[in-house]
Design a protein. Structure first.
Length: 244
């Protein structure tokens, strides 16, 4: 089966500094792929380059088509969506208005379909229905993350890219958010997950990449990678003696 996303020899520079040099990353249908790494490893840069938010060199393919000359808006229209670390919600607007804005292209084409999608989001995230008339600025951290996910889902993505969805959240809320992400995979949505919480990411994902100083240094099935001594020591806080 053709990958939903293919990244080949992707290079990003900040001035004369090489920020990213990735040989190959791919995401397949109904698969959760995670990229783990320390702060400054280039994880967010990777997502921004894929989304077209920053210049890059190399080959990006989405659903088999090259992305080089495709605008950000067209990428969204074709089902490629990013939930950034800074959610960029409209705090002075209601939860429902934020969701409708997420599906504005669908709303323009087919209002009835957009409202049906909104109802589906409320079924997935009942708390958002309860708070639909509240301003987004009044939500808790977990609720804001749910709203960010729901807003992206309103665009009916084929590939959902998530940048640090667990950041700043309590462990119980992290489990709830990750459970929702797993449900999206079951519904056929492919997910590219950027995470510092390596333990939670590797437990959820099907496949994983380790990014260090802009380069992929390890990759493999997520469960197997979690048992790798280097990953266990560096990212999971496990003593080397326990992994031998």
């Amino acid at each position: 089966m053709q990958p939903v996303l293919e990244v080949n020899n992707l290079s990003v520079q900040y001035g004369k500094v090489q920020a990213l040099q990735v040989g190959r990353i791919e995401v397949r249908q109904s698969q959760i792929v995670t990229v783990i790494g320390r702060n400054g490893a280039g994880k967010s840069t990777l997502l921004k380059a894929i989304m077209g938010l920053m210049g890059s060199e190399g080959e990006l393919r989405y659903m088999g088509a090259f992305l080089a000359d495709v605008s950000v808006e067209e990428r969204v229209r074709e089902g490629l969506c990013l939930v950034p670390e800074r959610l960029e919600l409209f705090g002075n607007m209601s939860v429902e208005d934020n969701l409708i804005l997420g599906g504005y292209l669908l709303y323009l084409r087919d209002t009835k379909a957009a409202l049906a999608e909104l109802d589906q989001i409320y079924r997935q995230f009942p708390r958002l229905r309860e708070r639909r008339m509240q301003h987004a600025s009044t939500l808790s951290g977990g609720e804001r993350q749910m709203l960010g996910l729901g807003r992206a889902l309103m665009a009916k993505p084929k590939l959902l890219m998530l940048d640090e969805p667990s950041l700043g959240l309590a462990p119980l809320i992290v489990r709830e958010i990750f459970l929702k992400i797993g449900e999206l995979r079951d519904q056929g949505v492919s997910v590219l997950l950027i995470e510092q919480n390596a333990k939670a990411a590797l437990e959820l994902a099907d496949y994983a990449y380790v990014l260090e100083t802009g380069t992929v240094t390890l990759q493999g099935e997520a469960g197997a990678l979690a048992q790798d001594r280097r990953v266990a020591e560096t990212y999971l806080g496990v003593n080397a003696a326990r992994t031998r």
